[in-house]
Design a protein around this ligand. Sequence first.
Ligand code: ADA
Length: 578
Amino acid sequence: MIRTFQQHRLRKTQLLDGLWDFVFDKENVGLDQSWQTHFPAEHDRMPVPGCWNNELGKYEYEGVAWYRTQVTLENPTHLRLLFHAVMGHADVYWNGQHLGYHYGGFTPFDFTLADVPAGAHELIVRTDSTLTTNTLPYHIVDWFHYGGIIRPVEVQHVSDVWIENMRLTYEMTGETSADVRIQLNIRSMSDTPTEVPVTLYRNEEIFQNDNAYLSAKGSTEIVIEQTWQDLSRWEMDDPALYLIRAVVGQDDRTDRVGFRTVETRDKKIWLNGKEVYLQGVNRHEEHPEWGFAFPNKLMTKELDIIMQMGCNTVRGSHYPQSEYWIDLLDENGLLFWSEIPIWGAAFPAAETDDPLFVERAQVMMDEMIERDFHHPCIIFWSVHNEIDTRSQQAYDLSIKMTHLVRSKDSSRLVAYATMHPMSDICLGLFDVIGINYYGGWYFGHAEFDEMLEVFHKRCNEYGAQDTPVLMTEFGGAGVQGDSGWEPRLFSEDYQAELLSKSLKLFRSDAKISGTYVWQFADTRGQLMSHQPHFRDRARSFNNKGLVNEYRKPKLAYRVVKGIYKNQQGPYDWGSTLS
Ligand code: ADA
């Protein structure tokens, strides 16, 4: 399942999950040797979805790889080929013909094919996971950037007239009423002009009947505006959701929405007019056995663990996460921070204005908003993490990115995470500021107070005196199982004590509206035998997880849970760190 609910009842869909033929192209000769028409006879097989780095002997490989499968059709049909996510560069070939290229990693792309004959068809994908100075992320990055077709590939059989897109926007006009606008984009593959009935349902009840007229191979847009009454709002403790279904001729599409408002006032975040204090964790969608191809079953378990510790929010660090995961958050009333993989700690300012990089960032942002627009749980679109926000280049990039986000979606807050809280020049550009600061870890002890004092003053100078501030990252490493009598670096004890002390400080600062602990689970680091970076990461992992990579709790999990749930007890550490 891609979503937790069924998106199509009439449109026939099929997932191409399974073992695909697979071959590395280490010398990058595949294009010259036309592998798109002559796939190498000697090849391996690889699960799709999956990441090749999780398979034996392929642990470190970054580069080009080719995949092949067959699609067999009983009858001639029109097809929509939907790739939910392929890492890096992807070129898609259908029976040897190049359908197109996509750059990205975590967002979907698709191709439509008219009048495909019955029989067997060959689908080949050339992927390239190589990171460079203008990829997202930058080539030096603190997580392992797996390669492969990481999310499902879907074949949809579409009828002559089909729904290309559906978008619902609304303005709350009262506690339970909203002005709603639904836009349907409909496309025809037929050689003759067509008229089809259009019916719209809200939770199975019809709210609009219409007709669409399409010229031969034409497309049309239908816009419906209505005032809806008696709506239940999407509240964190009672997240009401509405299924919106369009049926157009033989085709259908269902999406899901929730009604709520989000705003900022007096340095606070308000949901449906009520102030919320955020208690969260940073989550990579990564696991040692599956890489980025994170199974749905584990998501439900992970969410249980996160909810049991008293979280009301998750930061999707550092890339668009699975739709299934975001659906679960919608259903459980947790707020989500969603971002694209601009990870800057090692990203020089001079390279953040490379036009190709900027274009890729804009496309990815655009694709993320397009895909996830309807999720009520998402309240932040975050545009970058830890770039050099002391520089003019970062300032210019922030202007471009905030402008893009606001032009596409004015209903959410535009955010970023800074690692330069005492010298950042971008503070005034955002609706919400996130601070990443590793006092007690990279900087020794007790530096938070001083940092926050300078930071709050700078917010006043930069016109951000009313902007909510979140601690988006803080913490330290604790290797699971390493505990003793003293809180030593890398021990579970040190990590727990550092988090306890930091959380207490942040929670007593009225100018801070919430915290995201770095991080939920230990994650594989970008350690490569031939590269110098991140060699200080014990076990090849970023060990700052509250749970280890197999989701087993560390002491820090229990300590943070105690604080988030306001429980006093054995895990309520007094501060012994100086
Ligand atoms: C950064 C970064 C994280 C992680 C963290 C750490 O702030 O945003 O991705 O690398 O530091 O563990 O150092």
